[in-house]
Design a protein around this ligand. Structure first.
Ligand code: E4P
Length: 220
């Protein structure tokens, strides 16, 4: 499973990239707003440390505006930027147009199997079902991921990756991997929690203490 960071904070991207496990980054207008920085500056600085796909979202609402923005972003931003487009009828049309020009598209704000299927038909490289927001609204986000995953297998869909988004917990990440989705975009705090384990910390502390004893006895 591709591990993607859902962040527009360059320090967070740098830290996770330094672990050697970062496959890409997703941003959205809310994350850009929270970063307090200029949109293009953020995307360019992320591209300095991440060679995988970086999702940059369009903000137009008509197909022609989205296509125009997508082409403009592709012409000005680093090569590995892909265009994030909302799952609306206009978004599907823009996805088809950009995909036909060999531009990678991540269709975002997907909340059903039907939307995911249509996004894949329109030529998206990634579809992003928002599992946390489904949970927030009283639904079962992991069930949605499972249903989309099953659909992909049964329909033999290969050109479009399922990118689980709106991840809220380590459990979500683990279940996405178990369900066989291609990618998950994970907020920084959850990314760090993936590595936390009390037994690892306690085990390491004991190893270091015992090694100190070995050294003080002149045996190392
Ligand atoms: C995905 O690409 C989105 O940026 C993100 O996962 C949204 O998550 P949220 O529901 O936590 O805002």
């Amino acid at each position: 499973m591709e591990l993607i960071l859902d962040s527009a904070v360059i320090e967070e991207v740098e830290e996770i990239a330094s672990w050697g496990v970062l496959d890409g980054v997703t941003t959205n207008p809310t994350l850009i707003r929270r970063s307090g920085r200029n949109f293009e500056e953020v995307i360019r600085s992320i591209a300095m440390v991440c060679s995988g796909p970086i999702s940059a979202e369009v903000t137009g609402t008509s197909a022609s505006e989205m296509v125009r923005e997508g082409l403009d972003l592709k012409s000005r931003l680093p090569e590995n930027v892909i265009i994030k487009i909302p799952c609306t009828p206009a978004g599907l049309s823009a996805t088809r147009s950009l995909a036909d020009q060999d531009i990678g598209v991540n269709v975002t704000l997907v909340f059903s199997v039907a939307q995911a299927l249509l996004a894949s038909k329109a030529g998206a490289s990634y579809v992003s079902p928002f599992l946390g927001r489904v949970d927030d609204n009283g639904g079962d986000g992991l069930k949605l991921i499972e249903n989309i995953s099953e659909t992909w297998k049964n329909q033999g869909i290969t050109g479009c990756k399922i990118l689980a988004a709106s991840i809220r917990s380590v459990h979500h990440v683990e279940m996405c991997a178990r369900l066989g989705v291609h990618a998950a975009t994970i907020p920084y705090t959850i990314f760090t929690e993936l590595m936390e384990n009390r037994l690892t910390e306690e085990g390491l502390a004991k190893f270091l203490k015992d090694w100190e004893a070995v050294r003080s006895e002149g045996r190392a």
